[in-house]
Design a protein around this ligand. Sequence first.
Ligand code: CS2
Ligand code: MG
Length: 414
Amino acid sequence: MRIKSAEVNVTSPGRNFVTLRITTEDGVTGLGDATLNGRELAVRAYLDDHVVPLLLGEDAARIEDTWQYLYRGAYWRRGPVTMAAIAAVDTALWDIKAQYAGMPLYQLLGGACRTGALAYGHASGRDVPELLDSVRAHLALGYRAIRIQTGIPGLDSVYGVAASSPGGGERYDYEPARRVTGGGRLRPTVEIWDTRAYMRHVPAVFEAVRSEFGPELPLLHDAHHRMTPIQAARLSRDLEPYDLFWLEDATPAEDQEALRLIRHHTTTPLAIGEVFNSVHDYTTLLSGRLIDYVRSAVTHTGGVTAMKKLLDLAAVYGIRSGMHGPTDISPVGMAAALHLDLAVHNFGIQEYMRHSPQTLDVFRTSYRFEDGLLHPSDTPGLGVDLDTEAAAHFPYQQAYLPVNRLSDGTVHDW
Ligand code: CS2
Ligand code: MG
């Protein structure tokens, strides 16, 4: 099971993806997602220049040892670039091992704890009537849990809200990493933000959705790290009557103590961690039971090996998974999440933002969404193929997430 080759593929079928493909001497191929939205080429260089040369000729079966070698051996630890690179190697090696075993990955992780993974989709609208249409459309697609986001009166555009959603159907372009040319230089777009306007508006949005759809439907909301701790405490309390499944990213994530302050004031469940890349980002949050859901992605947290350990630690504190699943996690990263979703006991929910048809022409998936649940397939390994010929038709395009500023020009968290 020696590693014969490892190549990094960068492609842009609708948006940018970085994929590591490892092949063994007997021709078994494994894939790992290394996509870091807006910083893709840094991970490619890290892999090409510093990781791939170390892998050639090594034993593909030694997954844990390879992880430790790349993490501890490098001296410099953690950080999104390093951990996305390690994640790609780790996931590709699990894909290979499961194919050798002739089993879907979830079997190697201990087997299924459930029949499928409850998924939540993203409903959004520029105003409340548009949002209600979008919720209806998501229910028609089979979703049993829905994240709701809206435009805010007085603000021109709000991240995560589709510019328009004809018929309330699914959009693939509402959380854009936009390519914008300004004076010949590539610059992110700027969105103007006002937290007080946001906080005044959100309870009314939940009121409208609950009175239209009743108390049963699990509803989620993403605050994108934009409030101060005391603002977040107040909004979480104001939202208690609407029984949220979770409030996500209430405050800037690196301040773990902020969640303690919010917790003192509210029983609204809290989720955080999509920007984290290590179990060490969570130690205060888990041991203090300051959150209810872990939002990390396999892709950004060091792979299947590290994610499993993180979720096992979370289980000790009664905290569940809610893995990050936006479209900047590639279908390879999504498949890895689904195998874990099935295998860990403390599964909570899985975010599911469908990839565009263009993306799915390049990444051939076998997982499926049915009646609100996601199912990894029983294909040995991860169950995803990368069509490199199709990928070659979509060269990399530099693109950035928007930057948030206040009306006086101050850069704001998001
Ligand atoms: C969002 C993400 O899915 C989510 O919850 O917060 O879409 C996030 O904005 C992107 O992954 C950023 O790359
Ligand atoms: Mg989020």
